[in-house]
Structures are given as C-alpha cells and as structure tokens.
Write a protein that binds this ligand. Structure first.
Ligand code: ATP
Length: 341
C-alpha cells in the first residue's frame, strides 16, 4: 500500500478577477511524506498563488487541499500545522535571533539552538536583533526558525534568493540533509532552474497557471515534455527530424532517442550531449564556430550548421577558434517533444 500523501492538491483553480485570467487552473499533484518538491515557472505563472492556497492565505475558487488525507481547504492557515517562510521573512523585530529561532521550537535547549544556527551558518548571531542583520541573514534566521518548529510540511518562497552563490550551495546541501534526517516535507517556489534541480526530489513546471510536467528532477531535465519545459530547465538545441523508432534523422546525422517516436518530430538535444572537434578536411565539417564562451570549468561553442545554430558544451580544454570548421558528434540522446500551442 502506498502511504497517504503528506499533501494532495485536487483540481485547484483561482481567478483574482471574475472573468479575468486564471492565476491557477485545475492544478493537481501529491507530495509524498518527506518529499521536497520545487514549483518552477516564469514570473506570473501561479507559483505563489499555489503556495498561498496550500498555506491557507488564499481560498481556491474550486478544488481541494488535503493534508495527510484530511480536507484542509476551509481550515484557517494557523490550524493547518504547516510551516512557511515567505518573502518578507516576518521575523519578530523585538526578539533576538535566538528567541526568533526558538519561538515555536519543539526543543528549546542550547544544543538545538546551536544546531539550527550552524545549519544556516549563523553561529554567534544569537543575541543580535533582526534590524542588525543583512537581508540574507534574516532569510537564514527565518529558515532556521521554520525548521526548529519541526512541522510535517514547510512551504518556502524563493528560500535562497538572498544568499550569495557559495553560501547558497552550502545552505542547500545542509538544509537538504536536515530535511531528509527529520522527514519534513517541502514545497518550494523558485525560478532558478539550478535550485530546482539540485534541492528538489521532484520538479513541477508551471506555465500560465497550469502544470506542464512533474517528475524527478533528472527525468524532467532529460525527458522534457515540450520545448518550453526543455528551455526552462536549461539550455537546449531544438532539431527538426524524422524519427524511426529508437533514432531520428536530423541535420546533425542520426540521433538516438530517449523515447521512441516515428515520423516528423522536433527533438531536444542538450548542449552536453554533443562533442566538438576540428574537422581534418573541410569536407568532413558539419559547421563553423560562430561564438565561444569561456565559463571556467567548461566552454560553450555556437556552431552554424547550414543555417541551424547549435550549442555545444565542452570541458575546458584547448580552445577552438571562432571561424573554425568543426565536426560534431552526438554522445547523448535526444528527446522527442510534444507539439506546443
Ligand atoms: P513570480 O515568480 O513573479 O512571483 P508567480 O508565479 O508566483 O510569479 P503569482 O504571484 O501566483 O505568480 O501570480 C499569478 C497571476 O495572478 C499573475 O498573473 C498575477 O498578476 C496575478 N495575481 C497575483 N496576485 C494577485 C492579486 N492579489 N490580485 C490580482 N491578481 C493577482
């Protein structure tokens, strides 16, 4: 028997103005106990509205919110037992960092305080007041406070947005470890694809209030349903071709497919699924380098292949010059995409 989902959304819809566009339309998904789910999509696609309906700050026009199988749709926010960290952090200004973190905490001892402060790299900040903290530090206090309360489910709105790159990556790893150890489930909103892929177990991609695709992070990245999802989760090449089962004939030659298809298709081929080398003779070349971007550990080449622009990611190595005639080799597989509106 599968366990009761921690959270279930059933056909949730919300329209802010009668007759206006739906902010969220017929949205359904389940969150398993202790699962971390990212809601990702462009600005205005309905992520925050979804989070607010789960929290109980926004009432859906139709549909239901179930928490551990029980209907919570009409239950007030404070009675849902859901933790949350929204964009304004809402720290208590008259309380120190320590008092903020321990407010509502299950364990109020010094060891628990120290554990939660070190989780967000704020050891030694316990006696400060929120107005003496930077935006990023306030964000981390808000995160520590929500974890210390140990709710079953936490909602996070752009949880790492105010942290610099190095701190963000460390915080993600530490917090993920804590969530997995304590079994707290999370729904978080982001428009950062790297954050969605690295922090979440599953990713839900939204557009115009609708859910386009939900699945494990690697699956949604490797097998995007359509060109929008493919492009939103990373850079990709879209190639027109003709599929015959496990392969597709494209302007780059035959490309193995991640999923069988037949007839004319459009496929997504990630830049890391190709390698590039100098053509020994012009006759062997499939294209010419039109742009090179050095990014530290790797490079991106733009290659004009008979009018089609192809991006190739290559590990840092000898730099190929712009204008060079090159050969491309497909080393990964392409994903056939559903047609889009
Ligand atoms: P962002 O990434 O920019 O925060 P989002 O994906 O969280 O965006 P929402 O804030 O859920 O999107 O907004 C969804 C849609 O609903 C948008 O078109 C937005 O303009 C509209 N909307 C949101 N809040 C309100 C409101 N209080 N009144 C009217 N319309 C609203």
């Amino acid at each position: 028997m599968t366990p009761t989902p921690l959270l279930s959304l059933r056909n949730l819809s919300r329209r802010y103005q009668p007759g206006g566009p739906a902010a969220v339309q017929d949205l359904s998904f389940d969150l398993a106990p202790a699962e971390i789910l990212a809601l990702i999509g462009p600005s205005g696609c309905g992520k925050t509205t979804t989070l607010r309906m789960i929290a109980g700050f926004e009432e859906p026009d139709s549909g239901r919110v179930l928490v551990e199988g029980a209907d919570a749709t009409r239950i007030p926010a404070e009675k849902r037992g859901i933790g949350m960290v929204f964009q304004d952090y809402a720290l208590f200004p008259h309380m120190t960092v320590a008092q903020n973190v321990l407010f509502g905490a299950r364990q109020k001892d010094a060891a628990s305080l120290s554990r939660h402060l070190s989780l967000v790299d704020l050891q030694g900040f316990g006696d400060r007041y929120p107005d003496h903290l930077s935006g990023g530090q306030q964000q981390r206090v808000a995160l520590a406070r929500s974890f210390a309360a140990q709710p079953r489910l936490i909602l996070l709105d752009e949880p790492f947005s105010n942290l610099d790159a190095a701190l963000r990556s460390a915080a993600r790893r530490e917090i993920r470890r804590l969530l997995k150890a304590t079994g707290i489930g999370v729904v978080f909103v982001t428009h950062d694809q790297e954050e969605a892929l690295s922090f979440a177990d599953r990713v839900a991609v939204m557009r115009d209030g609708r859910l386009l695709q939900i699945g494990p992070a690697a699956e949604v990245y490797d097998r995007p349903a359509d060109a929008f999802v493919a492009g939103f989760l990373g850079r990709t090449n879209l190639l027109e071709g003709v599929a015959d089962g496990a392969e597709c004939a494209t302007p780059l030659g035959r490309v193995p497919l991640a999923q069988r298809a037949s007839g004319p298709v459009r496929i997504s081929l990630r830049p890391e699924s190709l390698t590039i080398s100098l053509a020994a003779r012009d006759a062997d070349a499939v294209g010419r380098i039109t742009g090179v971007e050095f990014k530290g550990h790797d490079m991106t080449y733009w290659v004009d292949c008979g009018g089609t622009d192809i991006q190739v990611d290559a590990m840092h190595g000898p730099r190929l010059p712009e204008g060079a005639s090159v050969m491309l080799h497909v080393t990964g597989s392409g994903m056939p995409l559903a047609p889009q509106d």
